[in-house]
Design a protein around this ligand. Structure first.
Ligand code: PLP
Length: 372
C-alpha cells in the first residue's frame, strides 16, 4: 500500500453517534454524500447503521446505487434533485427522493408508474436556504399531489442556513425558518394528511437548536468529528475527528543556508538545515494554499514533533524542515492532519475554508485504512 493513506477511526464515529443520539433522543439520518465526506461511504454507512442510525442520505443517484450494491437495505434519502434520465434508477435502487415542486413530483410519479413500483417521497420545504424546495404555503397542496399520484409521503423536511452560528441575527433567522416550517406542517395536517417523519436539523441545529430536532436529525460534519464553535470559539460538542491523513518521509537532504526549496523559490533556508520530502501533495488533498502555513507531525519514534512545511506544496510531494540536527530518519511516519497533528478544522481555518472541503478533497488515490 502507498505510504500516503487516510486512517479513519470508526470507533470515534460510534462515539460521535452515541453522543448525538443521547443528546437528541430522536432518529438519526447519516449523510454519507461525497463518499461520506471523504471517509468512505460503505464502511461509514455500515458502522452508522450498526450504531443505531435509522437511514442514510446521499447527494447523487450513483452514491445511492453504490450503497445498495454494497448490501445496504436501510432507507436512503436522495437529498439533491436528479436529472430526468436518472429517475428510473432512483426507483430501481429504491431510494427515497426529496421533492419540492409539482413538475418533479409528476416526473417521479410517472417513472414509478412505468416501473410498477411504489416510491416514497419526502416533501422538501424551502424556509430560507434558497436552494431547493417549495414555499411553506405550497406544502399542503404538494403533499396532496403526492398522495393523489399514489406515492407515499414518508417525510417532510427543510434545511437550515445558519444553524451553526451563535450570532444573534443568525439564531433569529433559524427561529424564522422553523416558524415557516411549522406553517408548512400545519398546511399538510390541515388537509388531514400525515407529514411523515419530520426532519430539519443539520450539525449546527443538533448542536444549538433543540426546536429543530423534530422526529429525526441529519448531522453530517458533526458525526465526522467537527463541531461548530461556541461563543468562545471552542468546539461546542466533544466529538472526535475521524480522519487522520498520514504519509512518510521518503527522502532527506541537507540544505545550505540561502538555498531554495520547491517551485517558485518561495522559501530559502535561513540556516543550514535538513529538509525531508513527504510523499503527498495537493493531488492527495493537501491544499496548495497551505504552502508555508502548516506544521505536520513528524512521528519519529521517541522524538515525535510538529515541524513546518516549507516551500510550495507540489502535486505529489511536499517538503518539511527537519531542523539542523534532526532526530528524524527516512521512512518516518508524518501526520498531515488529525491524530497527533492539528485536525482538519484547524487546517481549514488556516486557509479560510471549512473542514468539509478538506476531508472531501482527500483524493481517491489515497487509500482509506479503517481503525477501531
Ligand atoms: C449535507 C446536508 C446535511 C448535513 O449537513 P452538515 O452541515 O454536515 O451537518 C443535512 N441536510 C442536507 C439537506 C444536506 O444537504
Amino acid at each position: 500500500m502507498r505510504a500516503t493513506r487516510a486512517v479513519i477511526h470508526l470507533d470515534y464515529l460510534r462515539d460521535n453517534i452515541a453522543l448525538v443520539r443521547e443528546k437528541t433522543g430522536v432518529s438519526l439520518c447519516v449523510p454519507v454524500k461525497a463518499d461520506a465526506y471523504g471517509h468512505g461511504a460503505l464502511r461509514v454507512a455500515k458502522t452508522a447503521l450498526e450504531a443505531g442510525a435509522r437511514c442514510l442520505a446521499v447527494a447523487t443517484v450513483a452514491e445511492g446505487q453504490e450503497l445498495r450494491e454494497g448490501g445496504i437495505s436501510a432507507p436512503i434519502l436522495l437529498l439533491s434533485v436528479a436529472a430526468p434520465e436518472e429517475i428510473p434508477r432512483i426507483i430501481d435502487a429504491g431510494l427515497e427522493a426529496l421533492a419540492g415542486d409539482a413538475e418533479y413530483i409528476d416526473t417521479l410519479a410517472k417513472a414509478a408508474q412505468k416501473a410498477r413500483r411504489g416510491l416514497a417521497l419526502h416533501l422538501k420545504v424551502d424556509t430560507g436556504m434558497g436552494r431547493i424546495g417549495c414555499g411553506p404555503e405550497e406544502a399542503g397542496a404538494l403533499a396532496a399531489r403526492i398522495a393523489d399520484h399514489g406515492l407515499f409521503l414518508a417525510g417532510t423536511a427543510t434545511h437550515l442556513a445558519v444553524s451553526d452560528s451563535t450570532a444573534k441575527r443568525d439564531t433569529a433567522f433559524t427561529a424564522l425558518q422553523l416558524e415557516r416550517f411549522k406553517t408548512a406542517l400545519d398546511g399538510i395536517r390541515a388537509r388531514g394528511m400525515d407529514p411523515g417523519i419530520v426532519h430539519a436539523a443539520n450539525s449546527g441545529a443538533v448542536t444549538f437548536h433543540k426546536g429543530a430536532w423534530f422526529d429525526m436529525v441529519r448531522p453530517g460534519i458533526l458525526l465526522y468529528g467537527y463541531a461548530p464553535p461556541d461563543g468562545e470559539g471552542k468546539p461546542a460538542m466533544p466529538v472526535k475527528p475521524l480522519m487522520e491523513l498520514e504519509s512518510r518521509v521518503v527522502f532527506i537532504k541537507k540544505v545550505k543556508k540561502g538555498e531554495s526549496v520547491s517551485y517558485g523559490r518561495i522559501w530559502t533556508a535561513p540556516e543550514d538545515t535538513f529538509v525531508g520530502t513527504i510523499a503527498a501533495g495537493y493531488a492527495d488533498g493537501i491544499p496548495r494554499q497551505l504552502s508555508g502555513k502548516w506544521n505536520v507531525y513528524v512521528d519519529t519514534p521517541g522524538h515525535g514533533a510538529p515541524r513546518p512545511l516549507v516551500g510550495r506544496i507540489c502535486m505529489d510531494q511536499c517538503m518539511v524542515d527537519l531542523g539542523p540536527a534532526p532526530a528524524a530518519s527516512r521512512w518516518d511516519r508524518v501526520v498531515v492532519f488529525g491524530g497527533p497533528a492539528a485536525d482538519a478544522g484547524a487546517l481549514a481555518a488556516r486557509i479560510g475554508t471549512i473542514p468539509y472541503e478538506i476531508c472531501c478533497n482527500v483524493n481517491k488515490r489515497v487509500p482509506r485504512v479503517y481503525a477501531g
